[in-house]
Design a protein around this ligand. Structure first.
Ligand code: SF4
Length: 494
């Protein structure tokens, strides 16, 4: 069994999860790879290929792990450099594939480079880049390779596309040699411990440490390892602390219904618990009516879809910056008169400009705009206003007129069916059960992004398939604003 850098990262995140994956794949529930995850993986590869172009005459080491390790050894004996994907395997099974390896003739040693598609170097958390590169160096040292300097190549967050991509502007190369030295002993001992743990046959599969963490930290195997925890449990209480979880679990309380009346929770958490126990919605009709009365007609319900790419594809945009490509607008001219307007870009270069010009023609000068979780649309408006100053007044003016419909569900409308959440996907099925996303081809924003990616960049896509995707995108975005109108009308009638 090998332990690669990716395995080691997973071990740091959760040793038991990696153990299951390696030793009991039938019990391990592989996290679903969303279209967005796949997009990130593809982009990571695209970034790596682009970064390699900065190193002339690089040699790519290919083949199985064992073949690549043998080839690497031979190439290094002849001081061939730069090497891409140079491979090293220790006797204990630690495996490293380095992104770029360059011979440093002054030190008679090697400089190692890790390529990251992020715009910064993560030094904390589960995706610690310093751990990654230190792990590589530990493996190389163990097979007798001397490493002089360590570098991380990452995207430059201040880069803005201006004509052809300049790789030396797009990427930043940061010397992390000292940080690697600081972490070295720790990673060396943890990597060996990880190998020992993975070969341990006696691991307890009846529980795991996430029993004391809130739901968002759980992996897909939580249910397998904690069979006595209900699907909706104390772990779902909004922002519940590890301390409170421990206090409850020590008293064998997993179900929200069993939480004692005098157990100390924040007011918000307390409300969630009360709602679950009573199953009676809590609606502040007076406050909701007052909020709705203050809104000025026509009401313009607005929703964007955006595209993100690691390497910017539109002039003026930076790595990972959202590029709006689609908008759906429902205009409620009066309580009964509703019109729908939509825009879907058919090329990337002109996507934001085309969309904003469409909005200028469509959106009335008066009336409130309504979005759900409006900070998303408002941030896009601010960013586009910075790039295209000719739209600045219009876009910032939209922000001034925007009302966030979600706030009503944070402050004045709570329902046990929302399960402590306020996203439109949680609220809609409770308030308007006849209205659903489930029959749509495209179910969420990341699927929309991925599908748009196909119609824009897949040159071999058949015309009929392209039309089908365009239709699905339009239906999905339309439903987002239609859902807001539905919810708004429901509020008018309470
Ligand atoms: S639920 Fe948490 S502790 Fe349990 S296996 Fe998954 S990541 Fe590890």
């Amino acid at each position: 069994m090998y332990l690669s850098k990716t395995d080691f990262r997973e071990y740091v995140q959760c040793s038991k999860c990696l153990w299951l994956k390696k030793n009991n794949p039938d019990l391990y529930i592989r996290p679903a790879i969303s279209e967005f995850d796949q997009k990130l993986i593809n982009e990571g590869y695209e970034v790596e290929l682009a970064a390699r172009e900065m190193f002339e005459k690089g040699i790519l080491v290919e083949g199985s792990n064992e073949e690549a390790a043998t080839k690497t050894q031979k190439l290094m004996e002849s001081k061939a450099s730069p090497l891409f994907q140079a491979t090293f395997i220790t006797e204990s099974g630690l495996l490293a594939k380095t992104d770029v390896l360059i011979y440093n003739e002054f030190a008679d040693a090697w400089n190692v480079y890790e390529i990251k598609s992020s715009t910064n170097i993560n030094k904390n958390g589960s995706d610690n880049h310093i751990y990654d590169i230190t792990f590589q160096q530990v493996v190389m040292n163990k097979v007798g390779v001397s490493v002089e300097d360590s570098y991380i190549i990452h995207l430059n967050k201040d880069y803005k596309k201006n004509g052809n991509i300049d790789l030396f502007e797009l990427f930043s190369i940061t010397d992390v040699t000292d940080l690697v030295k600081e972490e070295y002993d720790n990673i060396e001992s943890e990597a060996e411990k990880a190998m020992e743990f993975l070969t341990d046959k006696d691991v307890d599969l009846n529980s795991c440490s996430c029993l004391y963490s809130s739901r968002r930290n759980h992996c897909s195997s939580f249910k397998v390892l904690n069979q006595n925890v209900p699907d909706y449990s104390i772990h779902d209480i909004s922002r519940i602390s590890a301390k409170n979880l421990r206090l409850l679990i020590d008293d064998l309380i997993m179900n929200i219904w069993d939480i004692p009346e005098d157990f100390k929770l924040s007011p918000n958490q307390q409300k969630q618990v009360e709602l679950e126990k009573s199953q009676v919605p809590e609606i502040n009709t007076k406050s909701i009516n007052k909020t709705l009365e203050e809104l000025e007609y026509p009401l313009i319900f607005l929703d964007y879809e955006t595209y993100v790419s690691a390497i910017p594809k539109v002039e003026g945009f930076s790595p990972h910056q959202h590029i709006p490509f689609q908008v759906s607008i429902h205009i409620l001219h009066s309580r009964t008169e509703l019109t729908h307007h939509e825009y879907l870009a058919d090329n990337i270069e002109n996507a934001p400009v085309g969309m904003i010009e469409f909005m200028q023609e469509t959106i009335p000068d008066k009336g409130n705009l309504i979005s759900w979780h409006a900070s998303f649309e408002n941030t896009r408006n601010k960013q586009i206003a910075e790039i295209y100053s000719q739209f600045s007044e219009f876009l910032l003016g939209l922000n001034d007129r925007t009302f966030d419909l979600e706030t009503i569900f944070k402050d004045d409308y709570r329902h046990p069916g929302f399960k402590g959440r306020t996203s439109i996907k949680k609220v809609l099925p409770v308030l308007c059960p006849e209205f659903s996303y489930k029959d749509l081809e495209i179910q969420n924003g990341t699927e929309a992004m991925e599908n748009w990616n196909r119609i824009i960049f897949d040159k071999e896509l058949e015309e009929s398939e392209r039309s089908k995707i365009q239709e699905s995108l339009l239906k999905y975005c339309e439903l987002d604003t239609k859902a807001m109108v539905k919810i708004f009308k429901h509020l008018l009638e309470i």
